[in-house]
Design a protein around this ligand. Structure first.
Ligand code: ADP
Ligand code: MG
Length: 941
């Protein structure tokens, strides 16, 4: 009979994919003491900044500098409890009223204000009393009677019938001394001023056609045991029973619940808070009795809101369990998050503390895994079961619901390190997303209820009834009163008629309405079908989106992988580039070295070439010089031989004509027989007629009238020339053959020098008899040059050095050689030589007959390579004066030497003088030198 209604469904697994991150709020409590060091600064309403206290300079992670953390909202020290509630808990309460679950917990170090935030203090109620107050403010008028809703033992809610509920109420009243009137407030000073009436808060929209009931539970999780703080245990003062721990179970909707946990139905804020306070007291007592520290336990206050539609009467809740909707809000005050070392735990308590820590660790791990699963698309198992706290709230993260966390921090410096850990956990938690609870619109049952209650129809009937004429007086005056009854009958009949009419009308209207409603119903059904259809489509779309999301996740992972690979490749590239650079560098340095070596080589080469060319040049010059010298020597030799031949020819010719040559060496004669005919006749006829005293041919043509055994023949003279021994020397020596031997026995150097001089530069021509020349001398008019040997020089251009040694004897001869333009010297001097090109030496000596014989030895001056002058003797003119008184004359000239040797022997010695003349070097002030060819430094111009 209730099939026409839209069914109310219990909360199921989320069918949507919308998710919201866990809302994390940060609350900074004021410092305990004004002068305490502060390490937290609120820099905006979403960000705080931590800075290391002065005492803690270097953290081992190097995190001693400032760090910033951002949250959904940051509440500074001046934030009031009301402000905090408005931002953090109010939306959760709204959700609760709209059938959505919520979880709110406070997290932080002991003393950071978790309990203050959750519970508050008198005058400054925390989130818990404010939430309760808001709930009752919102649903107050629509609450169901006590015990109408009754929790089953499987986290569900039943609806009791009126009678059972009434019986339960009576039972409760009889058991407790609680005053029946709910308006009477029993004020507990401990929580009296938790909420001031002015601050009352109310949910925006409440389904007024539902009936509500609030149930609260209060549990404590200590050392991974769950204790029910609201359990009524008969108090045994003698042997107090230790509290029994509870276990967790999963209901048919896969929600976790504490099995057998007391759920107290509360009808007002005060009552609810009283229950809470009762639990709080119990907790305190238990902690004291069991020597536990309250800060090491988690306290969970669960507010359950059951709502169900009212029945047709509008008085009672619909007796249909499936129509009951239960939502819950968990308010959790977590244990202090500090590490074990911080507490003064000893012995057993240390173990407990470790466990407590363990449950918070598990919470951390769960959050981490959730985050990883959500961010990386992995499907790791979240270890909810590892601790009771996480297990209990598994469904909030797995299923749907709104999760919020208030991170409490104490800005004091001592807490800095712990606060850092809290901040990291909080930041991580923000990244976890929780499925958004499905929005279940509140369905109005107004029309339906109007129909059920018949409200408006009844009203119309009443109005109609009231508009009828009143019934006529029906008091019968007597037995004969015939008027009253028929009048009444009439009126009633009229009314009956009207009624009939009205019933008809009513039926008609009802039928009409029915048909309209049926129509509407079918409309609604079709709409519902449509909605269902749309839902299906939505599901498909959702699936598609999910698939695409998965694809995106996959691609993201792939891109991450690729990025990683790129990173590695980049690094590898960098390494290779580094290698390349170093290799290039090495290459460059090697090339530089190579170039250096090459240039060194080139330099060496050029140097070597220079040396080679120098040496080559030197040797070439040397060779040239030697060749030249050799050539000259050979020429000279040739020339000498030529001359000898000429002379021989002349002699031969002469011998032929006169036929009285005395000691002619057969050798000479054999040598030059061919040239005899060629020689000219040297004796002109005119000569004999001229001057008888002059006998030019004294040596070569010995006078037949003065035959002398010691006279020098021409042949011997030649042989002497050949041997390089001057006539004068030979003459002074003891024996002629010995003199040759002596000449050969001369010191090597001298012999060589002499040979050289004679051979190269002084190819002295043997004396020659030339009558024609004599004629020139006699006439004193012609030039001093023998026409036969005339050179290319013009006569006027020749200058002569006239060398007359001082030892010469003035002979008063008539014929004196007259050389014009001559430089007269008595010792050979270079200056004079350099100016002239001809040289003549007037030389006196004794002839074999004892007479003085004058020889004019002529030569040509030419420059030597050494820079000196050399004289090449070309002619010897012999002048002889004959005196009949020969002996006296002879003696006179030879008497000068004390040892009988002629004084001028050395000076008149031709060889010596020539040698001196020849070897005079240019610029020399040392006198005659011997080695004028010794320096090949100066080059030929
Ligand atoms: P926790 O529960 O984190 O151990 P409490 O809530 O017990 O810390 O706070 C410790 C002390 O600090 C209490 O005396 C409390 O009154 C005070 N307190 C905490 N937060 C604040 C706040 N925001 N404003 C004023 N006092 C606070
Ligand atoms: Mg506390």
């Amino acid at each position: 009979n209730k099939s026409g209604k839209t069914p109310r469904r219990p909360p199921k697994k989320p069918s949507n994919n919308q998710k919201d991150p866990v809302g994390v709020y940060c609350r900074v409590r004021p410092l305990g003491a004004e002068d305490e060091e502060c390490c937290i600064e609120v820099i905006s309403n979403t960000t705080i900044q931590l800075h290391a206290p002065d005492g803690l300079k270097a953290n081992r992670n190097g995190e001693f500098k400032e760090t910033q953390y951002s949250f959904k909202k940051v509440f500074g020290i001046k934030t009031t409890q009301r402000e905090l509630f408005a931002d953090v808990a109010k939306p959760l309460v709204e959700d609760l009223i709209h059938c959505k679950n919520g979880l709110l917990f406070t997290y932080g170090v002991t003393g950071s204000g978790k309990t203050y935030t959750m519970t508050g203090s008198p005058g400054q109620g925390g989130l818990l009393p404010r939430s309760l107050d808001m709930i009752f403010n919102s649903i107050g008028p629509y609450q169901a009677k006590r015990y109408v809703f009754k929790p089953d033992d499987k986290n569900g809610m039943e609806v009791q019938n009126q009678v059972d509920a009434l019986l339960d109420r009576q039972k409760r009243d009889s058991q407790t001394s609680v005053p029946k009137t709910p308006t009477t407030r029993r004020i507990d000073p401990e929580f009296a001023d938790m909420i001031s009436p002015e601050e009352a808060c109310k949910a925006g929209e409440v389904d007024e056609d539902s009936s509500y009931s609030v149930f609260v539970s209060y549990i404590e999780i200590y050392n991974n045991y769950i204790y029910d703080l609201l359990e009524e245990t008969p108090f045994d003062p003698i042997k107090p029973k230790p509290p029994q721990s509870k276990i967790l179970r999963e209901d048919q909707n896969h929600n976790m619940y504490v099995a057998g946990c007391t759920e107290v139905e509360v009808k007002s804020t005060e009552e609810a808070f009283e229950v809470f306070w009762r639990g709080q007291k119990k907790r305190r007592i238990a902690n004291t009795q069991l020597n536990r520290e309250s800060s090491r336990s988690h306290s969970v206050f669960i507010i359950k809101l059951a709502q169900a539609p009212l029945d047709a009467d509008g008085d009672n809740v619909l007796q249909d369990k499936s129509q009951v909707n239960v939502s819950q809000l968990c308010l959790v005050d977590l244990a202090g998050s500090e590490r074990t070392s911080r507490t003064r735990a000893e012995g057993n308590r240390l173990r407990e503390a470790g466990n407590i820590n363990q449950s918070l660790m598990t919470l951390r791990t769960c959050i981490e895994v959730l985050r990883e699963n959500q961010m990386c698309g992995t499907n790791k198992m979240v270890p909810y079961r590892d601790s009771k706290v996480t297990h209990l709230f598994k469904n909030y993260f797995d299923g749907e619901g709104k999760v919020r966390m208030v991170v409490c921090v104490n800005p004091k410096a001592d807490d800095y390190e712990e606060t850092l850990l809290v901040m990291r956990f909080a930041e991580m938690t923000q990244e976890v997303e929780v499925a958004r609870p499905v929005d279940r619109p509140i369905c109005g049952f107004l029309t339906h209820r109007l129909e059920e209650r018949g409200g408006p129809v009844d009203g119309v009937l009443n109005q109609l009834l009231q508009s009828f004429h009143p019934l006529p007086p029906c008091e019968i005056s007597g037995p004969n009163d015939d008027v009253t009854l028929p009048r009444l009958i009439d009126a009633l009949e009229k009314r009956h008629k009207i009624r009939k009419l009205m019933v008809e009308e009513y039926n008609k209207t009802a039928n009409m309405l029915k048909s309209v409603l049926q129509e509407q119903d079918s409309n609604l059904l079709s709409k519902e079908n449509f909605i269902q259809e749309q839902r299906g489509r939505l599901g498909e779309k959702d699936k598609m989106i999910q698939n695409q999301k998965n694809e995106i996740d996959r691609l993201e992972k792939k891109s991450k992988m690729l990025e990683y690979k790129i990173d590695i490749l980049q690094k590898t590239t960098n390494i290779y580039e580094e290698d390349k650079r170093s290799l290039q560098h090495e290459l460059e340095s090697r090339e530089q070295r190579l170039q250096r070596e090459m240039s060194e080589k080139r330099r060496m080469e050029t140097r070597m070439q220079g040396i080679v060319t120098d040496a080559k040049l030197k040797w070439e010059k040397e060779c040239e010089r030697r060749v030249n010298a050799k050539q000259l020597e050979m020429q000279n030799k040739l020339w000498v031989k030529d001359e000898k031949l000429k002379q021989l020819k002349a002699i031969v010719t002469e011998g032929k004509t006169e036929n009285r040559q005395p000691q002619r060496p057969s050798r000479e004669k054999d040598k030059v027989p061919a040239k005899r005919s060629v020689s000219p006749s040297p004796v002109p006829s005119s000569l004999s007629s001229l001057e008888p005293i002059y006998n030019f041919s004294q040596t070569v043509r010995p006078d037949p009238h003065f035959p002398r055994p010691g006279s020098v023949s021409v042949a011997s003279c030649i042989s002497e020339w050949e041997q390089g021994v001057p006539h004068s020397r030979r003459q002074g020596s003891q024996s002629p053959p010995d003199s040759r031997k002596r000449a050969q026995g001369l010191p090597d150097s001298l012999r060589r020098r002499r040979g050289r001089c004679w051979a190269r530069e002084v190819p002295v021509q043997p004396a020659e008899v030339d009558l024609e020349e004599t004629g020139h001398w006699v006439s004193r008019t012609g030039p001093l040059v023998r026409p036969l040997h005339r050179r290319s020089h013009s006569a006027g251009g020749e200058r002569w050095v006239d060398h007359k040694p001082t030892t010469n004897v003035d002979l008063d001869t008539v014929l004196q050689p007259n050389i014009p333009n001559a430089i007269k010297v008595n010792a050979p001097n270079e200056k004079a030589l350099s100016k002239c090109d001809k040289y003549v030496l007037t030389h006196q000596e004794f002839a074999s007959d004892g007479e003085i014989q004058t020889k004019l030895i002529k030569g040509e001056v030419f420059k030597t390579r050494g820079g000196g002058q050399a004289v090449q003797f070309t002619d010897i003119e012999t002048l002889k004066q004959e005196n009949p008184v020969a002996a006296s004359r002879k003696r006179r000239s030879s008497e000068t030497g004390p040892d009988g040797e002629p004084m001028e022997r050395n000076w008149t010695n031709v060889e010596t003088r020539c040698s001196v003349a020849v070897e005079m070097r240019a610029g020399s002030n040392l006198g005659p030198g011997y080695q004028h060819h010794g320096y090949p430094k100066r080059r030929k111009p």
